[in-house]
Design a protein around this ligand. Sequence first.
Ligand SMILES: Cc1ncc(COP(=O)(O)O)c(C=O)c1O
Length: 386
Amino acid sequence: MDVAKIRSQIPVLAHTAYMNTGWSGPSPRQVAQAMKDRIDLELEQGSTTSGVYEAGKEIQARAREAAARIFNASVDEVLVTRNTTEGINIVMSGLDWRQGDEIITCNLEHGSVVVPSQMVGLRYGVAVKVVDLDPHDPRETILAKIEAAFTPKTRMVFISHIEYSTGLRMPAEEIRKLTKDRGILFMLDGAQTGGHIALDMARSEFDFYSIPGQKWLLGYEGTGALFIRQEHLERIHPAHTGGRAVASPMDVHNFQPNPHTMEKFLGGSASVPLQAAFLEATKFIEEAGIQNIEARNLDLAESAKAKLSEIPGVTVISPSERRDSSGLVSFSVEGQTPVSVVSRLWENHQVVVRQVAYPAGVRASLHFFNTEEEVELLAGGVRELA
Ligand SMILES: Cc1ncc(COP(=O)(O)O)c(C=O)c1O
C-alpha cells in the first residue's frame, strides 16, 4: 500500500493528524471532485436534460453495484441509502413484529441501535433485553451472555459489528451460528465496519446489515447502504415507499406491488452528486484493498494501545486481543475529562479525536492513511497531559 500517495490525495492530512474517521472520514480529493463534477453538469445543463438524466441513473446503478461489492452480496439484496440509521429504520419499522417478541442488544450500543429498538418496543409491545458486556470480556463470555438471554420469544439480536465507543469487534460469525439454529434474526449496525473490515454477506449469513458512506469509506454524509438477505425481503413492509417501488405506479386500477425487491423502499428522488461521491469513495477503498486496510488499521491500533498503556495514569479501554480489536482505540486519562483531553490534543498537536460517553473516554480512529508517526504524536500528546 502506497501510504504516501494515499495521504497526498486527502488534503486534510496536510495539516492535521486526523483520527476521527469513526465519526466522519476525511474525503480524498477525487471523491469531492466526482461530486463537484456532477453538480457542475447539472448546473450547466440541467439535471433532467437528455443525457444528463441518463448519466445520473447510471451513477445510481453503479453506486448500488459498488455497495453490493462492499457487502459481497447480490445487487438485488442491496440499496443505497442516506445513512446507517436509515437502513436500520427500514428494517426495524418494516418487520412484522408481534406483541411479546424480544430483541436482544447490549449496553455498549450507539443510539442508532438503542432508539429504533426501544421505539419498536413501545409501538408493538416488544421487549428489549440489554445484555451487559465489558469491553474486555473474552468472546466466549460475550457469546455465553448473549446465549443466556435467549428465550423462545427472542426474535432478533441487534448489535453493532464494531462497537463505536470501544472498538470491540463483536464475534458476529459465532453469534450468527447461535441465532441461526434457533431461527432468530440477526441484524448488524455496520457504521464502524464498511471500508474498515472485509464484509461477506454471502458467507456470514447475516440477515440485515447497514453501513454509512461518510466514515471508513471516506465518502460524504448523506450516503450509506443496506443489505437485506433475499429470503427476508418479502416480510419487510416498506414503511416509507413511493412511485419507484412498483413498475407501473400510475396504474391505479391495477396496483401490483412487488414485495421481493429492494426498490420497494425507494421513497422518492436521491442525490446523484452524493451517490457519485459514494461510488468514487468505494473505488478509493477498493484500490487500497480492504484486506490490506483491515490489517494496517489493526497494526496501527496495536501500536497505539501499546504506547498508551505504558503511560502512567492512562487506561486503555479498548480490547487488547487482536481478533477482538479494530482501528478504534479508546482510553482515559486519570484526573482529566475526555472533553479536555480532546481539546488539548487538538490545540497542542492538531490531533483530531473525540470523546465517547460510555465507557467514558477518548476515542482515536486509526485508518489506513494514518501513520506510525501520527500514533507517536498522539501518544506523546497524551504523555504530556498525563
Ligand atoms: C455504531 C453507530 N451506529 C450508527 C451511527 C450513525 O451513523 P449514520 O449517521 O450513518 O446513521 C454511528 C455513528 O455516528 C455509529 O457509530
